[in-house]
Design a protein around this ligand. Structure first.
Ligand SMILES: NC(=O)c1ccc[n+]([C@@H]2O[C@H](COP(=O)([O-])OP(=O)(O)OC[C@H]3O[C@@H](n4cnc5c(N)ncnc54)[C@H](O)[C@@H]3O)[C@@H](O)[C@H]2O)c1
Length: 277
């Protein structure tokens, strides 16, 4: 369904690890829509993942950057502008990691060094990504920056742990920097709050299969896939959404507006019946 709506635009895409990554789909679709892109990920992820395949497919290059390092980010923008021959029109921040989740520490027994690390990677890195661009004046007027979030920023999901706090901060950074960068250069900054999606980061959350199935049953349109998410991101990079900024945009098949659905009620009541008999 490519319509060339990103023709002439230059972008940087963070977070494509393998072909399940949401960022992988965004990169593929951005390329199909006519954009020229640079791919980036943390040096360690470049060794583990299959990003070079994606670079070949999308005619792009890979520039390593740890998104918690201003030095790496500055180098990334400088090299990207050099390679793409101009300033950047869009940036996708598709990064998340909690050491507490990885190591199975519950919300109420966090190791604060790990909490700090997870917050730096998952949320403060969004600020740093924008700040590095700001300092270099690396973004074109009406540029668009998108970060990926999850509804656990607003509602409790019992095992999402400190990632919930990280997502709340991520969404706040989109609002606050959206104000400053909007005034300075008409730059748009938004977060997309995506349905549970089967990826390396998603599946790492304890009980993910349950979250996925519950959201699928509760949402009138069903869960949004990573392809759906990529399509939505493309619209946010395009000129069709120039006045959308400082928003957390739910992209979840209606999940965030639901209380109860017939499907979920039927499953729950059947469970109670099974337990009684
Ligand atoms: N999968 C889901 O269910 C879901 C739902 C809503 C939002 N999200 C969000 O989508 C985004 C992408 O996650 P995904 O599901 O595609 O999983 P993923 O594991 O494919 O992507 C996460 C990426 O973060 C990168 N990363 C980690 N530390 C980094 C660092 N220091 N510097 C640079 N990159 C680093 C990883 O290498 C990886 O590529 C995350 O922000 C995640 O929280 C995911």
């Amino acid at each position: 369904m490519a319509n060339g709506i990103l023709k002439g635009k230059k972008g940087i895409i963070f977070g494509a690890l393998d072909d399940k990554s949401i960022a992988w789909k965004v990169a593929e679709f951005a390329h199909k829509e006519g954009a020229e892109i640079v791919l980036t990920n943390a040096p360690i992820a470049l060794r583990m993942g299959t990003i070079n395949e994606l670079a070949e497919k999308t005619n792009s290059i890979v520039i390593p950057a740890d998104a918690t390092s201003i030095e790496d980010l500055t180098n990334l923008y400088e090299k990207s502008m050099e390679h793409l021959g101009g300033k950047i029109d869009f940036v996708l921040h598709s990064i998340g990691m909690s050491v507490n989740v990885r190591k199975g520490k519950a919300y109420y027994e966090q190791n604060y060094d790990w909490t700090q690390k997870g917050m730096d990677v998952s949320a403060t890195s969004f600020h740093k990504t924008i700040k590095a661009a700001w300092d270099l004046d690396a973004l074109n007027e009406w540029g668009s920056v998108v970060g990926l979030s999850y509804v656990a920023a607003q509602r409790v999901f019992h095992s999402y742990n400190d990632m919930a706090d990280n997502k709340a901060l991520l969404e706040s950074i989109a609002r606050s920097f959206g104000y400053h960068y909007g005034l300075k250069k008409n730059i748009r900054i938004n977060t997309v709050s995506q349905s549970p999606t089967i990826t390396t980061a998603g599946s790492g959350v304890d009980g993910f299969d349950g979250f996925y199935k519950f959201a699928e049953d509760l949402s009138p349109l069903g869960n949004a896939s990573s392809e759906d998410c990529a399509n939505y991101c493309i619209t946010l990079f395009s000129d069709y959404t120039r006045k959308v900024t400082m928003q957390n945009l739910f992209h979840d098949g209606g999940f965030s507006s639901m209380g109860m659905s017939q499907d979920v009620m039927d499953t729950y009541m059947k469970n109670i019946g099974d337990k009684k008999s």
